[in-house]
Design a protein around this ligand. Structure first.
Ligand code: COA
Length: 245
């Protein structure tokens, strides 16, 4: 959970980022910001209208990452089917966007429908290569656990290949028990019941992510508009230059 000062600091950093153009090569400050682990990462719960973006995110995963994510080397068709079958009413999908509004990381918290296991949920996650090692995977897990807790879940499961050091680290760091069975591992995290604090924290996080997304959207639209103006201007200049010749 975040202290108010951390929340404000994160908002300030998020707001400052909007002032930089979203096109072109990363600036030195942007590169530096990439190395820093953000204080609070805006994580949005995604609805069915994001299905296509989720598909595009997953299609960007390399075969080896698809293998780690799904337990088999899913082809494009299987990925499309997975995205088509996502049940947004039952499950929760979380996403992290960059300033270009590309979905750079996402997590799927799948709730069990089985009456005997209705207090269990399974977690799956993927972070695009260029955004790894910045704490996004761990933050998505934290966010999903908070949501699971508020939904009355008392155990979150992760199925991972034993070679998946990063995923197993995320689980262990959060206090999960990891059981290795040859090339595969199962991790489970027991979570305490929800409290007033966890409910408020989730509302604040969702609100923070919503504001962040809307700001990024506005900033992107504005920078796109400026780029168009620039294009028209250079077109006019070019035409003038030619007619003067
Ligand atoms: C697993 C995955 C989600 C991790 O995402 P990430 O954003 O890079 O992870 P984080 O930055 O939060 O790092 C989490 C921990 O793993 C460690 N870690 C990250 N990459 C690592 C790697 N390649 N090898 C070893 N440890 C690694 C980090 O140091 C961190 O541990 P620490 O906090 O103790 O330092 C990402 O690698 C991925 O998308 N892989 C392909 C799909 C997949 O494997 N999904 C999981 C199965 S459901």
């Amino acid at each position: 959970m975040f202290a108010t000062k951390d929340w404000l600091k994160a908002s300030w950093h998020a707001g400052r980022g909007m002032l930089r153009p979203v096109t072109g090569a990363p600036t030195a400050a942007e590169h530096r910001a990439k190395q820093e682990v953000p204080v609070m990462v805006p994580i949005r719960a995604l609805g069915p209208s994001y299905r296509e973006r989720i598909t595009q995110h997953l299609l960007q995963l390399e075969p080896s990452d698809r293998y780690l994510r799904f337990g088999y080397a899913a082809n494009d068709e299987q990925i499309r089917r997975y995205a088509e079958q996502l049940d947004f009413n039952r499950d929760e999908i979380f996403g992290i966007y960059n300033r270009r509004l590309e979905l750079i990381a996402m997590a799927h918290l799948a709730f069990s429908e089985h009456p005997e296991h209705k207090h269990c949920a399974e977690f799956g996650v993927s972070v695009l290569k260029q955004a790894r090692g910045r704490g996004f995977g761990a933050r998505l897990f934290e966010r999903a656990v908070m949501h699971a807790r508020n939904e009355g879940v008392n155990m979150v499961f992760i199925h991972a290949l034993s070679e998946n050091t990063a995923m197993l680290k995320i689980a262990r760091n959060a206090g999960a028990t990891v059981r290795r069975d040859g090339s595969e591992s199962e991790a489970y995290l027991q979570i305490p019941p929800a409290s007033f604090d966890t409910r408020v924290a989730e509302m604040v996080e969702q609100q923070f992510a919503e504001v962040d997304y809307q700001l990024k959207k506005q900033a992107k639209q504005f920078w796109d508009f400026l780029a168009n103006v620039q294009e028209v201007r250079s077109g006019v200049q070019h035409a003038r230059h030619q007619s003067a010749e």
